[in-house]
Design a protein around this ligand. Structure first.
Ligand code: URA
Ligand code: ZN
Length: 391
């Protein structure tokens, strides 16, 4: 009798939490990111994005917020954002064996410089403790004290991070040290992360200016569906144009939301570069040695599979090299606790989430339900790339 094939674990590499000390910080803040309570809402509201500021001002500046049926700013701060047992129960409900946790946006980007290192130590220690409480099921991407002086950040990478046994990379926003990821000052940081074999999980937060979304209120749809992916796309294009990937060949990036729009726009980026006088000299001089955007996508970039459709996922796999090679660069994620089920019976949040099913179904449709490639995307790649078997 043939022995049954061991099941590849399902791994969620895009899943967030806010430890209690982070929520306490947000509760005492007067500007975003912040947590506010409203008499008409059973849960406090978590207000994170610039796009949510008009609704926040409306709700705090008038009596409207207490009228029944009023849409309050941000999102309800449910236990899904803060509770470890809720995370484990969400994993069990969705047959997720392993989660690679990360602090949700905007991470530590707003901290005063003199407090950043100590707060970063404590937040990352909370993640380490959560992982230690569920051996084999939880790992995490650490957050860096980016508002500290560069020397302190470098020392955090080389001395603090190795003490966290479950840390498998870092989560990073697009602002970097304040001037974006193409800032030459970022290079030592990227080099230190590459030396430590820690991939960068790049995640958006800042979106696009509110003005591009017009005056009408379409809720969160435009900032989240379009602003977030464009932010990621622009950040990585800037890194590519600045030569960051060539300068730090050991750098590995995992891009949220399947790379924003990069799989679709890489050809256009490449063509615009080839037809721009600014780059003509470098293109001529480098000749065949020049690495195209496609090369970088296939050599230094991984994409999560949080794109909610087979069409986007197929583009992501093609951009990553196509076939088995491309499928080896994609990793399943849920973006939990964002995008919970709305309406429905009380307790619907404790059941199956449609946002998770959309992403899992897209993998099956794009690669074949139960195929080797689908199993790689659902977990095998994460185990390999993030060394999820090592304690
Ligand atoms: N998903 C996230 O990760 N962050 C947000 O702010 C919204 C959606
Ligand atoms: Zn996310």
């Amino acid at each position: 009798m043939a022995t049954p094939k061991p099941q590849t674990p399902v791994v969620d590499i895009h899943t967030h939490m806010y430890p209690p000390e982070y929520i306490s910080m947000l509760s005492s803040r007067a500007s975003i990111p912040l947590v506010r309570t409203f008499p008409s809402s059973p849960d406090p509201r978590l207000v994170l994005l610039e796009a949510e500021v008009p609704a926040l001002e409306k709700a705090t500046g008038s009596g409207d917020a207490n009228a029944p049926g009023t849409i309050l700013p941000g999102r309800p701060l449910t236990r899904h954002f803060t509770s470890l047992s809720q995370k484990i129960s969400f994993m069990d409900t969705h047959n997720i064996s392993i989660s690679v946790l990360s602090l949700a946006n905007p991470w530590l980007d707003f901290l005063p410089a003199n407090e950043a290192v100590s707060i970063a130590r404590s937040i990352n220690a909370s993640f380490e403790e959560m992982c230690g409480a569920h051996p084999g099921r939880l790992y995490f991407f650490a957050s860096l004290p980016l508002t500290s002086p560069l020397e302190a950040i470098l020392s955090f990478i080389t001395t603090a991070l190795p003490s966290f046994r479950h840390c498998r990379g870092i989560i990073l926003g697009t602002s970097g040290l304040g001037s974006g990821l193409d800032d030459p000052a970022m290079l030592p940081m990227f080099a230190a992360l590459a030396d430590a074999n820690l991939p960068v999980f790049l995640h958006p937060h800042y979106g696009l200016p509110n003005s591009v979304f017009g005056k009408a209120d379409y809720g969160h749809v435009l900032p989240l569906a379009l602003g977030f992916p464009m932010e990621t796309t622009i950040a990585v294009a800037r890194m590519y144009l600045a030569g960051v990937f060539d300068a730090v060949p050991g750098l590995r990036m995992i891009l949220a939301h399947s790379g924003g729009t990069l799989p679709f726009l890489a050809g256009r980026i490449e063509s615009c570069l080839l037809h721009d006088a600014k780059f003509a000299g470098a293109v001529r001089e480098q000749g065949d040695r020049r690495r195209t955007v496609w090369d970088v996508l296939r050599e230094q970039v991984y994409l999560d599979a949080v794109v909610y459709s087979e069409v986007g996922l197929k583009a992501a796999i093609e951009a990553s090299g196509g076939g088995k090679e491309g499928a080896a660069r994609l990793m399943f994620g849920t973006d939990h606790p964002f995008f919970p089920p709305l309406g429905g019976p009380k307790g619907a949040e404790d059941g199956e989430w449609e946002s998770v099913r959309l992403n899992a179904d897209a993998v099956g449709r794009a690669l074949g339900e139960g195929s080797e490639e689908a199993e790689m995307v659902m977990g095998g790649n994460a185990v390999r790339v993030l060394r999820l078997y090592e304690e």
